[in-house]
Ligand binder design. Sequence first.
Ligand code: MG
Length: 254
Amino acid sequence: MKYVRYQYRDIASYGVLEGGTIRDIGGGLFGNRKETGKVRDLRDVKLLCPCEPSKVLAIGLNYRSHLGDRVAPDKPAVFVVPPSALLEPEGEIRIPPDAEDTHYEGELVAVIGTTTRDATPAEAEESIFGFTCGNDISERKWQKNDLQWWRAKGCDTFAPLGPCIETAYNWRGRGIKTRLNGTVVQQGRFAELLFDPPAIVSHISRYITLQPGDVVYTGTPGNTAALRHGDTVTVEIEGIGVLTNTVRNPGRRV
Ligand code: MG
């Protein structure tokens, strides 16, 4: 099942996506979900981020192809991104004027479905509601030089998320492709993840209680490069969908 959050006129709501239509649901995404009987044409709505997380966590250095000469971590390399960084599908990534080297990072994102604390990997797998696409936008200079990654990864619009959550998703055997202006610039298979989603969620849950709707970006494969004003970046995940965003960099027009 594919779930979306969408805006129709001034009202935001969750729905089930099927082909070009959305069947509206009430009662929220978790718990008591019920179809209301309203059906919307996908072309008539604006898609929002597919959930409303209280926390956004992310993993670095989780593919060998992205490590370069760095040593593989012995546990998931977790960092925190403020939820204010989230950006909806088709939204504009706004690069601050003083940023110099801001990269895309296409990623598989796990969406938590139940309150999760001290979970074993098997329990963690059960706690995952579904998966969506994410782009962990990263300003490399700030990532390298700042004490924390609050702005390197946490600027407004630096966490594109969506377009939908696929709940019946077996990531094993699937893969991801990032395209910059139509050209494939990253690709990877989820079998290559150094720490898989259950291992990541289990590890995080030993220290932080995860709540329904919280999201975990699972890391990016291969190499990344700088975004420029006017670029279009897409993250396509097999069996889920395509997350498309454009780039605005008022300080550095090209
Ligand atoms: Mg990343």
